[in-house]
Design a protein around this ligand. Structure first.
Ligand SMILES: Nc1ncnc2c1ncn2[C@@H]1O[C@H](COP(=O)(O)OP(=O)(O)OP(=O)(O)O)[C@@H](O)[C@H]1O
Ligand SMILES: [Mg+2]
Length: 509
């Protein structure tokens, strides 16, 4: 399909011409033309595996194109490495965090680009500049803190700060907001606005379409490695993006009906959890919650409301300070993570890169990993069984992969997340906990996950779904619980409104 040139009153600063990328037998890009303009936010839309990250890696020197050409300031260019691209003014914020957890915030920001004074690293100056960047991003993080101690969203801020510190004229942001709070996203958008005012060219990728549309000047859609549409902001809306992304309209649906729930599947009483970052504070405070078999409960709240701490504690990753947790009546408060999984409880964690996947194993092994104890228990470790389970997993959550033997790292970011969800569902749990599961997955995949959860609920599974997107609560929940500062502050039925939920959480709609 030939695509018309946009009506933008400037010359592109960086272009891709007929760029092709093969990974073995996979054709990730099939001859893409792509232009980036100074002072302009170009948003790149497309389903999981469409080729967005691949194109960005080529534009930032991480990967070399199989064929085609890059043009910088009107002249052909070859980036030999990321350092080479960075020296020419191009920075990238990667979809997967690339920080060293044991190093400090400041050391991470200046890694590979240390500030020198008399031939020595000037740690004081690095700390000063890092602190200034944190102020610019309105984040209260001490530059001396080891990155591993920060929550995922804060790590993402450090990743952003690192890219900003290079003061590049082209800044690529691949899913920069997947773990950020609404307030942090607002600050980032302010920063993006200031950058474009100064003439910086931005490329922005996000599966949060409404959010991306807010800052779009120029939109480009990729589908199966080819550009299917491009248009300036004035001529597009959400429906345009979805139509060109998936060629179809996806409805996330309304909550499943049928309110004949079973017995109580999960009962939490008086649960308190210490705050990992502030010892004198509680992340979860004296919380009671009961979820019936077949019920889908959404936990809505802002970042820092305590949702992640609650789910991590239920799953056994974090110790409770007080309280009891019961699964179908049996107390599990002192059981290990593996014992809880065996008892039918599973968690799709927020930080899927860290907790969800083993990067050295194949797609298939990752999918069956959590279920293997079940097979051992039945003395039934058969390859066929495992293969069947893996095939089901790949099909159920629509993982786009070459096959079960593909390396997990060869999947696109969103497809890796689908594997984590599939892996947990494969354990055939009675209670499924999901922490922001839709982050980074495309809207078709989200609809599939919702369908799967509704189906499991009908079969009697209890689902606890934590989200910071109100629209998701209204699409899936039988019951919506609002958390704020570690407590449940409101509870709604499925007929409530977006405004009511947001008001209860302390946000203004
Ligand atoms: N290192 C690799 N080896 C093999 N295949 C790869 C590799 N990297 C990407 N691919 C494949 O290239 C295709 C495009 O992947 P890419 O990561 O660019 O998608 P994406 O549009 O960024 O998706 P997402 O929204 O999920 O992040 C996918 O089919 C993916 O599996
Ligand atoms: Mg990607």
């Amino acid at each position: 399909m030939s695509v018309a040139a946009p009506d933008i009153d400037a010359n592109p600063v960086l272009s891709a011409r007929d760029v092709v990328k093969h990974y073995g037998g996979v054709q990730a890009l099939k001859g893409v033309d792509f232009d980036i303009y100074p002072g302009t936010v170009t948003t790149l839309f497309g389903e999981n595996g469409a080729g967005k990250s691949t194109l960005m890696k080529i534009l930032s020197g991480v990967e070399q194109p199989t064929a085609g050409q890059l043009i910088l300031d009107g002249a052909p260019v070859v980036f030999t490495s990321t350092v080479d691209a960075r020296d020419r003014g191009i920075s990238i914020i990667h979809q997967e965090l690339s920080l060293s957890p044991n190093m400090s915030v400041a050391d991470n920001i200046f890694m590979g680009r240390e500030i020198l004074r008399f031939g020595q690293v000037d740690y004081r100056e690095q700390a000063r500049q890092a602190a200034a960047l944190m102020t610019e991003l309105e984040e209260d993080i001490d530059p001396a803190t080891p990155v591993g101690e920060l929550r995922v969203g804060q790590q993402q801020i450090v990743e952003i700060a690192r890219a900003l510190s290079a003061r590049s004229r082209i800044l690529i942001m691949d899913e920069p907001t997947s773990a950020l709070s609404a307030a942090e996203i607002e600050v980032l958008f302010k920063v993006i606005h200031d950058l474009t005012e100064r003439g910086v060219a931005i490329v922005y990728i996000s599966h949060h379409l409404e959010e991306a549309l807010e800052i779009t000047d120029y939109a480009v859609v990729l589908r199966d490695g080819a550009m299917t549409a491009n248009e300036v902001r004035a001529h597009i809306d959400l429906a345009w993006i979805v139509r060109h992304m998936v060629g179809d309209h996806y409805d996330l649906g309304s909550p499943p009906d049928g309110y004949d729930f079973g017995d109580t599947a999960l009962a939490v009483e008086g649960l308190s959890v210490a705050d990992a970052t502030k010892a004198d504070r509680l992340a979860v405070e004296n919380l009671d919650l009961s979820v019936a078999a077949g019920e889908i409960v959404c936990i809505y709240g802002l970042m820092g409301a305590g949702r992640t701490e609650l789910l991590e504690t239920l799953a056994g990753n974090t110790a409770a300070r007080t309280g009891t947790i019961r699964l179908a009546g049996a107390e599990i408060s002192h059981r290990s993570i593996a014992q809880r999984i065996a008892a039918g409880l599973c968690l799709v964690p927020e930080d899927r890169q860290r907790d969800g996947l083993v990067q050295t194993l194949s797609v298939g092994r990752n999918l069956s990993l959590a279920s293997i104890p079940e097979f051992i228990k039945r003395l039934f470790v058969s390859n066929n069984t495992e293969r069947g389970l893996v095939d089901d997993g790949i099909r159920d959550v629509h993982v786009k992969t070459d096959g079960p033997d593909a390396a997990i790292g060869s999947l696109s970011g969103g497809n890796q997340q689908k594997v984590v969800i599939g892996k947990m569902l494969a354990t055939r749990p009675n209670v499924i906990l999901l922490d922001e599961p839709s982050r980074g997955i495309d809207i078709g995949a989200k609809a599939e996950v919702f369908k799967l959860l509704a189906e499991r609920a009908r079969q009697g599974v209890a689902v606890v779904y934590s989200t910071s997107e109100v629209s998701e609560c209204l699409s899936i929940a039988h019951r919506i619980i609002v958390m704020s500062r570690g407590r449940i502050v409101a509870e709604f039925g499925p007929d409530t409104t977006q405004e009511a939920i947001m008001a209860a959480s302390g946000e203004s709609a």
